[in-house]
Write a new protein. Structure first.
Length: 61
């Protein structure tokens, strides 16, 4: 089983070059999958990649 890295909101914001607020809005709207571990919100690299792929496909259509 492949292990995927877990990213925090700040790391995702940096990779997407957007604000933390934008990342939280993506999570709230369920466009970006996330999970809660304790009190911490985490996003897998796979979920981030899937989000980017969907956005790229939307822009190409």
């Amino acid at each position: 089983m492949a292990v995927t890295a877990l990213l925090n909101v700040d790391q995702v914001a940096a990779r997407l070059q957007v604000s933390r607020w934008t990342v939280y809005n993506l999570i709230r709207s369920r466009e970006l999958a996330s999970m809660t571990i304790g009190r911490c919100r985490r996003i897998t690299e796979t979920a981030l990649h899937d989000y980017i792929t969907r956005q790229t496909e939307r822009e190409a259509a």
